[in-house]
Every structure is written in C-alpha cells, then in structure tokens.
Design a protein around this ligand. Sequence first.
Ligand code: XMP
Length: 327
Amino acid sequence: DWNSGNVIAEQIERIREQVGDARVISALSGGVDSAVSTALVHKAIGDQLTAVFVDHGLLRKGEREQVENDYVESTGVRLITVDAAETFLGHLEGVTDPEEKRKIIGREFIRAFEKVQLDLVAEAKASGGAPVKFLVQGTLYPDVVESGGGAGTANIKSHHNVGGLPDDLDFELIEPLRALFKDEVRAIGRELGIPEAIVGRQPFPGPGLGIRIIGEVTADRLEILREADAIAREELTKAGLDQEIWQCPVVLLADVRSVGVQGDGRTYGHPIVLRPVSSEDAMTADWTRLPYDVLSKISNRITNGVRDVNRVVLDVTSKPPGTIEWE
Ligand code: XMP
C-alpha cells in the first residue's frame, strides 16, 4: 500500500547511505519536482546540500520570490540564486524557432549551473571540507518514459532536464522521484511541509515563458506575457479551478496584430491565447470547458490592464493533434 510517509523514510535512508559525508548540489526550478526532490535530500543530509536557483528571466510573476522566501523558510535549505536573465535574453536575441529556443535555454541553464558547481567544488577544496560528489535531479517516471527511457517512445520535444549533463563535471545523480508520478510527488511535498503554492503548482516547462512567446523573446514581450499570465492564474485560483485544470498555458502571439478599439481610439495590438487543458499525464489532453464568466473576467482584466494586448482567444484543441504548449 502506497504511503508518503513510508516513501520519505525509505528515501532518506537510501540517500544517507548513497551520500555518506560528501556534499550535494541541487537545482531548483521553481517547479514541484525539483522542490520536492531538494527538500527530500535536505531532510536526509541537511547542510551537506546546497540548492541553486537560476533566474533565467523567463519566470512567471512572483516565482523567484516564492523560492527565495517561502520555500527557504519552510525547508531551511541553503540557497544560491544566479541572476542570468541578461545572459539568456542576449542569447535568445533574434531566435524564433521553438527547438532552437529550447536548445539555447537548456545550454545556458547548464552553463550557469556549471559555473556555480565549479565554484562550490573549489570552495569545498579550499576549505578542506568533504568533496562535492552528487547532483539531485527531480526526474519523474513520466520524464524517464517521454525522453526515450522507455521502449518505443518517440522524443517529440527535447525535454532539457534529462540527459543534458556535461561530462567534465563528474557527479553521481540522486533521483529520489524516479519511480513516482506527479500526484505522489505532491503528497510527499505536503508531508514535508512545502508551501501549497509550490506543491499545488501546475506543471510549468523548464524553458518557461520563452516558449510561450510565439516569435522572438524580448524583455518587453516577457513583461506583457508575465502580466497576462498572472491575471489568468489569479482568476482561475479565485474560481477554485486549480484542481480541475492540468495546466493553463497563457501564450503571447507576439508577431500577430489585430485591430481593436479601446477608449475612443483604434488599437493595433497582440492577441493572448488561453490554453486550459485537462489531462492525466500530459501525454494526451482535452481542452477544459471553463465557465464563461471566468473566461469573461480574465479577458476583461487582460485587455483592460495589459498594455499592447487588445484581444483574448481560447484554444479549443485537444492533444493530439495540438500539443499542450504552442511551441
Ligand atoms: P506538450 O506541449 O509536449 O507538453 O504537449 C507536455 C508537457 O510537457 C511540458 N513541456 C516541457 N517541460 N521542458 C519541460 O520541462 C520542455 O521543454 C517542455 N515542453 C513541454 C508542458 O508544459 C506539458 O506539461
């Protein structure tokens, strides 16, 4: 019989055995998986663990603060934040191809993370402390399957959180969630006392808002999308719909403009797409029949409050044929 308390106790013992007195590094993404795997390892080995959070500038509103304040407070994890927004945006300049964006974001993430790893390794050496030997990954069972770990699965999009490790940083992996599904991971996170705002969070792709701007990613466009996304999330939460929706990407069609009328003036702004989906595992999905009054509220708030947006549209495509994300 599955029980989160048992899994935690079992994993803690395994992690302690695997690690000994070595040091461990973990990357926090702001998502559920890395939050829970990091907290689990921290519970097992305390300050032998250092968590690293790379702010790539493609985060949603409030995400960095949630990690730096709420998460750290509830877990006691020692955290290093890397400010990499400018570097990421620089490399994304002029790039519109979705897989190209993923490649760049994945590569830059590894670079930023690698730099901190090397610093921590050097620091451990200098202080004569225990060596840094391990890396925590929040890999879930479905990640393993969808990245080609299972027989006969096609790699449709290159998920950058699996298999992208550089060879020269020779770490052993700790993957305490490798056999688990999302709902089990959430149960463990709650048991560990991680705030609901993080544990209950819907899936958010590693490349972040970078693949929800259709077209080139710029600071200006990110600001627009961040505001629209925050409004949609707020209204969905207010309406009590978080549990019913698997996730709701909010997408900015940055290269599309349409005519509108706002106040007494003609506008020529961008559309925002709402993509609410219901799903069991993200392999297939259906569009969620959201109540009209909630859609209406979101649409009014976005068109009234977000600059350069004059239209909100609803994506009514299932997966297949559409993927959940637009890129
Ligand atoms: P698609 O768009 O393929 O998405 O139907 C399926 C699920 O995967 C998430 N997703 C990603 N997650 N890196 C990630 O970590 C990615 O590059 C990526 N692309 C899609 C998506 O949000 C959905 O939950």
